[in-house]
Design a protein around this ligand. Structure first.
Ligand SMILES: [Zn+2]
Length: 386
């Protein structure tokens, strides 16, 4: 296994008055105690031999500093093998008498440091310091994200859920290609060039998204991006390791500073579904399921108080005048439709794709539907109790 000496060209953007402007990409780790402290954290719990080897490869780019504070990216390039991808974080560090305190994006300490740092813009603070949603184990799978391409296009899901680095869990990532091949931010946030061809967008609520293998990727250091902002084109770039046999975007989901399973998360009004093995699986919109190799239409982001009707087998969902089957029928809503929830209450129990619940939701038109047949991303009220 051969590690390549790679140069991660991270261009410092001129909007940061305090940022040093590296004339060339550093082929070696940046010297100094900040880089040492960041490298130590990046390598974490790796064994001693691996730490020594990896330390030679770590790419620490200090993009802003003022002596007491430092901000940048820390990347560990990967082998150029099929199941490898580089890993890394945006870091923020503060020096005091004991040395450097280093935090990585998505960690609680990162938000705390950001709030006090003169190197962090107001735009970034607004993202970094939003309250973190409990991780997926907390039962809230809402992301507010669209698929990472233009709303209204259909791309091929070339691979279902798999790891950021291949088959290894968590299966945080999917591969997408097609349409106009323009990769766009899944949700608003602040964007960072981790490495040529690799962009990270940090969102609110502890989420971030990674985009790899890009051609013509933007060169950014904390720029605010809107949902749908251009990030680059699908490509086969492997500047920081891994492999790509055909142009695509390797799209990964992170929360609270770690990759998390993309399955269950609502993105572009699709719920991703893990398969029996990595790269299998697919995505579901209502009762429609698309496996790897199929096309996924980008419906845009599902609102935090919205749901997609999943009638669990097609057909329609009955709208009633109250929270139960004893109430009169007002009409129906189609499988796959988007509805907006005003509030929720308990009523008669029903069993849908995701289990049995007595929860009913009052929709924005005043009618009621059973929550058993809505995919909202939350196992409970999404907009409070009526
Ligand atoms: Zn991939």
């Amino acid at each position: 296994m051969r590690r390549l000496m790679l140069s991660c060209a991270l261009a410092a953007i001129g909007t940061w008055a305090t940022a040093p402007a590296p004339a060339t990409a550093a082929p070696r780790p940046a010297p100094g105690p900040v880089a040492d402290a960041v490298t130590a954290k990046l390598l974490g719990s790796a064994d001693a031999a691996a730490r020594t080897a990896d330390a030679q490869q770590a790419r620490i780019s200090v993009t802003r500093s003022n002596g007491r504070w430092a901000f940048g990216t820390a990347v560990l390039p990967a082998d150029r093998s099929a199941d490898a991808h580089p890993t890394g974080s945006v870091f923020l560090a503060r020096a005091d008498a004991r040395g450097w305190t280093v935090a990585f994006d998505g960690e609680a300490a990162f938000g705390d440091l950001a709030a006090a740092s003169p190197l962090v813009s107001e735009t970034e603070k607004a993202v970094f310091t939003t309250p973190v949603t409990p991780t997926y184990a907390g039962g809230d799978f809402r992301t507010g994200m669209a698929l990472p391409f233009a709303v209204g296009q259909t791309w091929t899901l070339t691979s279902g859920p798999h790891g950021w680095g291949g088959a290894a869990a968590p299966w945080s990532s999917v591969d997408l290609a097609g349409g106009d091949q323009v990769v766009r931010a899944a949700r608003a946030g602040t964007a960072y060039t981790m490495c040529t061809g690799w962009i990270r967008v940090i969102h609110d609520r502890g989420y971030s998204t990674d985009y790899y293998h890009l051609w013509n990727s933007i060169s950014v250091n904390g720029a605010g991006v809107a949902q749908g902002a251009f990030l680059g084109n699908t490509g086969t770039d492997v500047t920081c390791g891994g492999s790509a046999t055909g142009r695509h975007v390797h799209f990964g989901l992170r929360q609270n500073s770690a990759y998390v399973p993309i399955a269950g998360h609502g993105i572009g009004k699709w719920d991703f579904v893990s398969g029996a093995a990595a790269y299998q699986g697919g995505a579901r919109h209502g009762s429609a399921y698309v496996g790897a190799g199929g096309g996924v239409y980008n419906y845009g982001a599902l609102g935090f108080n919205q749901g997609v009707v999943d009638a669990n087998g097609g057909g329609t969902l009955t709208r009633r005048s109250g929270p139960g089957t004893g109430y009169g029928v007002l009409g129906s809503v189609a499988d796959g439709a988007t509805v907006t929830v005003s509030c929720s209450a308990n009523g008669t129990s029903h069993t849908g794709r995701y289990g049995t619940t007595a929860l009913w939701d009052r929709l924005s038109d005043g009618s009621w539907v059973s929550d058993a047949y809505l995919s909202t991303g939350v196992n409970g009220p999404v907009n409070g109790w009526c």
